[in-house]
Ligand binder design. Structure first.
Ligand code: ATP
Ligand code: MG
Length: 259
């Protein structure tokens, strides 16, 4: 299966080739190939498949990596996380990591560099009017949805070229998830590249037409949102109960991987 985006000639924003990542002797990611260009990409997978490890590998935040992670053509493996962030990648972490005792405004001040730039605090407050109203509220007083907005705002304020979001819809009500999807669509319209990590297929599909399904540390399937939404058997095969056992016993021969 070859996709048109794999044959395009522009330098990818992010290109992973044969990426392995381990914690000590536990090999978590095994030969990940994935390319992000201007079009968003969503990685979906069940609990414990290695999605957060993938985010942390890209950000230089812990796992020991082999293979290649290129950002705008520059190799990231071996660089420190602050250097990676400075190059233009921002992570909205799973669980949001909001400080309980800092106000909304203080969270944003901490990352606001000033100077001419696309995202300013005023623009973050325009994007999230709820946050503007709660400017002086502490992290502990915010709802889950407000915390997620703050985590996104904090990441955008670094003016990234690539935004990575690790399960942003986790724990949010359906109404808040709808707002989140609308927000992501407007962020994309601003020209920021997006790697979205999700467990929720409908959220992933609403934001990204390109989907990569992760099963036990590998990209087991690359497909389109349209195809996967219409195919319950494939959903069950890659995302349902029993997928892990099947992939562990069958190994990579069952993968549907383009390159
Ligand atoms: N710091 C760590 N040290 C050792 N093993 C780890 C560490 N972090 C994660 N793992 C292991 O790596 C595997 C993948 O975990 P990871 O958190 O990447 O999965 P995930 O897909 O993000 O899951 P979830 O959907 O629950 O967030 C799991 O078996 C986990 O126990
Ligand atoms: Mg995770």
């Amino acid at each position: 299966m070859h996709f048109i985006w794999e044959t395009m000639t522009e330098t990818p924003v992010l290109q992973l080739r044969g990426l392995d990542a381990r914690y000590g002797t536990s090999r978590i990611l095994q030969g990940i190939d994935l390319t992000v260009r201007s079009e968003p990409v969503a990685v979906i997978g069940r609990n414990g498949m290695g999605k957060t490890t993938l985010c942390h590998a890209i950000m230089g935040m812990g796992p020991i990596c082999d293979g290649s992670i290129r950002f705008n053509g520059v190799e990231l493996i071996g660089r420190q996380s602050h250097q990676i962030a400075k190059r233009g990648i921002a992570l909205v972490p799973q669980g949001r990591h909001i400080f309980r005792s800092l106000t909304v405004e203080e969270h944003l001040q901490l990352v606001d560099q000033g100077g001419p730039r696309r995202w300013t605090r005023d623009r973050i407050y325009q994007l999230f009017p709820n946050l503007a109203e709660r400017r002086q509220s502490t992290g502990s007083a915010l709802s889950g949805g407000e915390q997620q907005m703050l985590a996104i705002g904090r990441a955008l304020l670094t003016n990234p070229r690539l935004l990575i979001m690790d399960e942003p819809s986790e724990g949010l009500s359906p109404i808040v998830v709808d707002k989140l999807v609308a927000t992501l669509q407007s962020v994309l319209a601003e020209g920021t590249a997006l790697l979205l990590i999700e467990q929720n297929l409908s959220v992933a599909a609403a934001v990204s037409e390109r989907l990569a399904v992760m099963v036990v540390g590998r990209i087991a399937l690359e497909t389109s949102a349209r195809e996967l939404l219409a195919d319950k058997d494939t959903q069950q095969r890659f995302l349902g109960i029993g997928a892990v056992e099947r992939f562990e016993s069958i190994g990579s021969s069952d993968m549907e991987h383009p390159v």
